[in-house]
Design a protein around this ligand. Structure first.
Ligand code: IPE
Ligand code: IPE
Ligand code: MG
Length: 247
């Protein structure tokens, strides 16, 4: 068998299980969200160490607005605090920060912090760190379709020329390496509307570990699991053995 390149170029993580982690400790859910910050630092460190090119973290889904107002408020306050505290260090580490999702829904102080952090780190090359906020995979497909339709109306694109490549480059993260490894913590085996288009041929890794407990050793285990996969992209195992593992 031709071996899969050991290190995925692009990893995405559904950071799930903060609420249950807090409940186990008889603390409010927001305590779990705060504890999750350490796990974010762990995976960023791990990706820098392993030479991963892009890391995309699901921090707040378009469906999470349905949570109690108090929890949504605590999450927004956490995002502001985290941006104020972590941006300098990420910048020093050569991390390029991007926020992906419909940012128009956030109030101005938070949105401005997001835009400022993106502008400040735009020249960094060591790791692309994408934080998905108010993101939904269906929304992403819709916004790409809308952008393609607008290009047609401007006369820059023929409708017949819209193919997977044309739509794909208008999807969030379209300019980054394809998603190789999709990790979900917290034990649920579902996508929850994250990166539906981008995950088409990602390897999926589900772990029961709750997000605040996820550390560099957990990341290493996920990467080792990825390294054992045979990515066939529709071909047979024999074909893969003869021609290599890339799609
Ligand atoms: C994930 O943890 C964080 C967000 C959705 C913001 P949860 O808050 O969903 O934790 P559980 O799934 O209830 O344990
Ligand atoms: C997905 O987790 C969203 C994030 C981790 C940000 P959820 O906890 O919201 O997903 P469901 O509700 O279990 O599908
Ligand atoms: Mg959850």
């Amino acid at each position: 068998m031709t071996s899969t390149p050991a290190i995925p170029r692009h990893i995405a993580i559904v950071m799930d299980g903060n609420g249950r982690w807090a409940r186990l400790r008889h603390r409010p859910r927001s305590f779990g969200h705060n504890a999750g910050r350490k796990a974010v630092r762990e995976v960023v460190e791990g990706c820098l160490r392993e030479g991963v090119e892009a890391l995309t973290l699901f921090a707040f889904s378009s469906e999470n607005w349905q949570r109690p107002e108090e929890e949504v408020g605590a999450l927004m306050a956490l995002f502001v605090r985290a941006l104020d505290k972590e941006t300098d260090e990420l910048h020093d580490q050569g991390v390029r920060l991007r926020f992906v999702g419909d940012l128009a829904a956030f109030d101005a102080p938070l949105r401005e912090r997001m835009l400022a952090a993106m502008a400040r780190t735009a020249g960094n090359r060591r790791l692309n760190l994408n934080i998905a906020v108010n993101y939904g995979g269906r929304w992403d497909i819709v916004q790409a379709a809308r952008a393609a339709a607008a290009a047609v109306l401007r006369g820059e694109l023929r409708a017949e020329a819209i193919d997977e490549a044309e739509l794909g480059r208008r999807m969030c993260l379209g300019e980054l390496p394809p998603l190789d490894l999709f990790i979900r913590t917290g034990g649920e085996c579902r996508l929850s509307n994250f990166l539906l288009w981008q995950a088409a041929y990602a390897e999926l890794h589900f772990t029961d570990t709750l997000w605040p407990d996820f550390d560099q050793a957990c990341l290493r285990r996920a990467i080792e699991d990825f390294g054992r996969r045979e990515r066939r992209y529709g071909r047979t195992g024999d074909q893969v053995a003869a021609t290599g593992n890339q799609g």
